[in-house]
Design a binder for this molecule. Structure first.
Ligand SMILES: Nc1ncnc2c1ncn2[C@@H]1O[C@H](COP(=O)(O)OP(=O)(O)O)[C@@H](O)[C@H]1O
Ligand SMILES: [Mg+2]
Length: 438
């Protein structure tokens, strides 16, 4: 099967690595890919937001399956475009319709969807310039902290948690009146703050059936102990110790089933991955957000643990036959640690040679490229998040320590990574470390 994977980050390297193991895959193209994906298939220079260019490539190369890594083309309607073009209609497409992608592309759409289907989530109200004054009053009497969310895609920066009313009203004004996030913040969702610990649950769905993939927890802050600025993600672990069978039963009954049923009842075309960003509040799961694709860096631990053939899963999804297969996962724990550029997530320099990538680190570790590129036969840094090291272990601690060992041998000017990924799940250190044994 001729497969085209769209995207170029660590998530896509992990997907390409997994797709490349399937007997179905022949060949695998990645657009635009990175030097890591080039080891799993053929990179092609395509702008993934140029639908016409994607069409031409698919027709010329007789592509049979398209898998979309990032959200942007989905939110912009790539699925609908494929269905509207006669020569593309038969291609198996992994990714939701434009309406389905609104679960990620519009926070207000997602909240209203959850309300319609009684899915537990924080209470909220939405505001625009039309009910701006009402919004200010609402904020004034709201309990602290207050969560403000730009409705549209804002590159992971559109959510602000405000600790005072003054801050909330100022932020609200910036978002709505000054278009702080452009079109994305013309509408703002204000929601109650939920206190708990977050986790990421993924499923693949055909719009009717679903299969749950291994869960993960990601680490978004730049600094140790979850301090400092938010990033695209500094690491992830899987499985998540507090995702016990009892907790996951609640997740499935209260969240996953009503979500997929809601998609089905509303006639939303959705074949692909769905991400449930959840928070565990005193043992009960609530939805923080949906994403219409896999997460990054969660994919880098989930694909490592997934034993089921990924192409087989995707084919079953396109045939509405997900009820006929099962997901198998490696029982070992996996942890990934992201190496980033000095200065990230603020300004940083690129173009530094990465040394040690070709080392022999053993089967228990994998290196996934994110922001890298080849220059004069060398691999150099080309982004804030540069690459990640995923390792297996009998538990999270062992997996993290193995990735840390491998990272010792990798280097570039300005390398930085967190050494405390998975800290909540490590036994308390006798010397008094970060572990607190959740
Ligand atoms: N209602 C909430 N209560 C507590 N924390 C929240 C709430 N909503 C969002 N957050 C925090 O803000 C982060 C970003 O919010 P999210 O809705 O996931 O937006 P995005 O990923 O699109 O930036 C979440 O991972 C979570 O840590
Ligand atoms: Mg999020």
């Amino acid at each position: 099967m001729k497969i085209l994977l769209l995207g170029s980050g660590g998530r896509e390297h992990a997907l390409a690595w997994k797709l490349n193991q399937s007997v179905w895959t022949n060949p695998l193209y990645i657009a635009p890919g990175n030097p890591g994906t080039a080891m799993c298939g053929k990179n092609v220079q395509l702008d993934i937001n140029n639908f016409d260019a994607i069409r031409k490539f698919c027709v010329n190369e007789k592509i049979e399956m398209v898998i979309v890594g990032p959200e942007e083309p989905l939110v912009n309607g790539l699925y609908d475009y494929f269905k509207s073009q006669k020569e593309l209609q038969k291609i198996f497409f992994i990714g939701p319709s434009k309406t389905g992608a609104q679960l990620e592309g519009s926070k207000a759409f997602a909240k209203a969807f959850m309300k319609r289907h009684n899915i537990p989530t924080a209470a909220y109200k939405e505001f625009t310039v039309d009910n701006y004054e009402e919004g200010v009053k609402y904020l004034q009497q709201h309990d602290l902290p207050i969560v403000l969310k730009a409705d549209g895609l804002a590159g992971g920066k559109g959510v602000v948690i405000c600790q005072s009313h003054v801050e909330a009203i100022a932020e609200f004004e910036l978002m709505i009146q000054e278009a702080k996030f452009g079109e994305a913040s013309k509408k703002v969702v204000v929601e109650d703050f939920l206190k708990g610990i977050e986790l990421s649950v993924f499923a693949i769905t055909d719009g009717k059936n679903y299969l749950i993939l291994p869960e993960a927890k990601d680490y978004k802050r730049i600094g140790e102990g979850d301090s400092g600025l938010n990033t695209g993600g500094m690491g992830a672990v899987s499985p998540v110790p507090f995702a016990t069978p009892g907790f996951m039963y609640k997740v499935e009954e209260r969240i996953i089933k009503p979500t997929i049923n809601g998609i089905f009842k509303e006639g939303i075309e959705y074949t692909g991955f769905i991400f449930f960003g959840l928070i565990n509040v005193n043992g009960d799961p609530y939805v923080i957000e949906y994403n219409c694709r896999m997460g990054d860096p969660e994919t880098e631990v989930i694909m490592a643990r997934l034993e089921t053939d990924l192409v087989g899963l995707c084919i079953a999804a396109t045939q509405q036959e997900l009820d006929k297969i099962q997901v198998r996962a490696d029982e070992r724990a996996a942890a990934t640690i992201m190496a980033v550029s000095r200065g990230y997530p603020m300004g940083f320099e690129k173009g530094f040679e990465i040394k040690g990538l070709d080392g022999k680190y053993g089967k228990q570790s994998l290196i996934f490229h994110a922001g890298t590129k080849e220059e004069d036969g060398k691999i150099v840094t080309n982004g804030g998040r540069v690459f990640c090291v995923t390792s297996f272990g009998k538990d999270i601690e062992e997996a993290v320590n193995t990735s840390l060992d491998v990272l010792e041998y990798l280097n570039y000017d300005g390398i930085y990574y967190r050494t405390d990924i998975g800290y909540e799940f490590k036994p308390p250190s006798p010397k008094g470390g970060l572990g607190n044994n959740l």
